[in-house]
Design a protein around this ligand. Structure first.
Ligand SMILES: Nc1ncnc2c1ncn2[C@@H]1O[C@H](COP(=O)(O)OP(=O)(O)O)[C@@H](O)[C@H]1O
Ligand SMILES: O=C(OP(=O)(O)O)[C@H](O)COP(=O)(O)O
Length: 407
């Protein structure tokens, strides 16, 4: 328990652990949602188990998805608590609220070494509030449930949120084993990475992640852009993108990035072809994928993957890499018709690893993608549980959930 030395003896103490249990769920008509990848739950187990084994009364707090500060049944953590119990090999109590009567009762009933999960912390508006007082008031309620706090949700350490940041100011605190291990690997990418250093970006959290490019242009040798990021860049190049994901207010920023990449000699690789469909894939619809030139996306279509020509170009750009960081799937990989770009990038990374290079895959969905597409985790240097968090760490930004632990 050296990791938690700052907390003193944990036996008998109520220890609040912030984990990142934000796993992909498939909603199924008429039955409970199914966890399609439990990687983040598995990654959270060692810290929870170590504390429970040491006799702590462990209270796990976490979020799922982005509910809008109120109860939303599709984002309940109940199935996650069940899975955590299976992985721990011990029953896990579940509180049907986060800080209310149920939470208080469940915590009061916890024996030494027992584990409880509180309902989705984002069902409370205070969690993500930009107002310090509102966030603080909610953090007070969370802190009242516990004697100590362990921060182990690496995927959220870039969020200045009550259960990540404010609660650490209110309780004796320590960094969890997962956060410590993640930071250890990522540090290797910031200190003199072996070159060429290639960063691959994709996914759908476009507004969150476009900003990181600013900083990466000064660090990486090549930047490969796929996924939902592509279309704001294509628009910046003067192309129409139909119904694709687009951050209209970021187009000028992308124009600037294109210019700066050119000036800095950074190779910025954008897809030249994309796989489109006329609607976003949904359960009851058979996809009808079509490959079009990136410069000629029809008005009624939306881009859902990078095309075959781009896939080859991305693989070529990765072939001589010695360090690679990849965050964000290249397409809607959950649907086989739009998974090829993601598969090809994953394949290219395994080759870099096999040749002795360092590859890091970061992000809940990116990690889930490599696993669900059948890749062996051992074929990558490191699979990080955090996408946005890793990117901000690599940028050299201060991560509120980590700096707060240093105070
Ligand atoms: N072109 C696209 N349009 C819309 N969604 C996309 C596109 N490409 C990828 N996605 C979606 O992005 C999601 C993952 O994005 P993100 O959360 O940013 O990644 P991560 O969790 O790895 O950080 C996936 O669910 C995938 O379906
Ligand atoms: O999924 C997450 O981040 P990621 O998609 O950047 O890996 C984390 O659980 C954080 O979730 P958030 O981006 O809704 O704050």
């Amino acid at each position: 328990m050296g990791q938690y030395a700052g907390l003193g003896e944990v036996a008998g103490k109520r220890v609040l652990v912030r984990s990142d249990l934000n796993v992909p769920l498939e909603q199924r008509e008429g039955s409970d949602p199914v966890i399609t990848d439990d990687g983040r739950i598995r990654a959270s187990v060692p810290t929870i188990k170590a504390l429970a084994d040491a006799g702590a009364r462990v209270i796990v707090t976490a979020h799922l998805g982005r509910p809008k500060g109120e109860r939303d049944p599709q984002y309940t953590l109940a199935p996650v608590a069940v899975r955590l119990g299976e992985l721990l090999g011990a029953p896990v109590e579940f509180a049907t609220d986060t800080v209310g009567e149920s939470a208080q009762q469940v915590v009061a009933g916890l024996a030494e070494g027992q584990v409880a999960v509180l309902e989705n912390v984002r069902f409370n508006a205070g969690e993500t509030s930009k107002d310090d007082a509102e966030r603080g008031a909610f953090a007070d309620q969370l802190a009242a449930l516990a004697d100590a706090f362990v921060s182990d949700g690496f995927g959220v350490v870039h969020r200045k949120q009550a259960s990540v940041y404010d609660v650490a100011q209110r309780l004796p605190h320590a960094m969890g084993a997962l956060v410590a291990a993640e930071v250890d690997v990522l540090r290797r990418l910031t200190v003199d990475p072996e070159r060429p250093y290639v960063v691959v970006l994709g996914g759908s959290k476009v507004s969150d992640k476009l900003g990181v490019i600013d900083n990466l242009l000064g660090k990486a040798d090549k930047l490969l852009i796929g996924g939902g990021m592509v279309f704001t860049f294509l628009k910046a190049q003067g192309h129409e993108v139909g119904k694709s994901l687009l951050e209209e207010d970021q187009v000028d920023t992308c124009v600037e990035y294109l210019k700066r990449a050119h000036e800095a000699g950074v190779e910025l690789v954008l897809p030249t072809d994309v796989v489109v469909d006329t609607a976003f894939p949904s359960g009851d619809r058979t996809p009808s994928p079509e490959v079009v030139l990136a410069a000629e996306i029809p008005a009624d279509a939306l881009g859902l993957d990078i095309g075959p020509e781009s896939t080859d170009a991305f693989a070529r750009a990765l072939a001589d890499a010695r360090t690679v960081f990849w965050n964000g799937p290249m397409g809607v990989f959950e649907v086989p018709a739009f998974a090829e770009g993601t598969r090809a990038v994953a394949e290219a990374l395994t080759k870099v690893s096999a040749g002795g290079g360092l590859t890091v895959v970061g992000g809940g969905d990116s990690a889930a993608a490599v696993r669900t597409l059948g890749f062996d985790e051992a074929a990558f240097g490191h699979i990080s549980t955090g996408g946005g968090a890793s990117l901000e760490y690599l940028e050299g930004k201060e991560l509120p959930g980590i700096t707060v632990l240093e105070d």
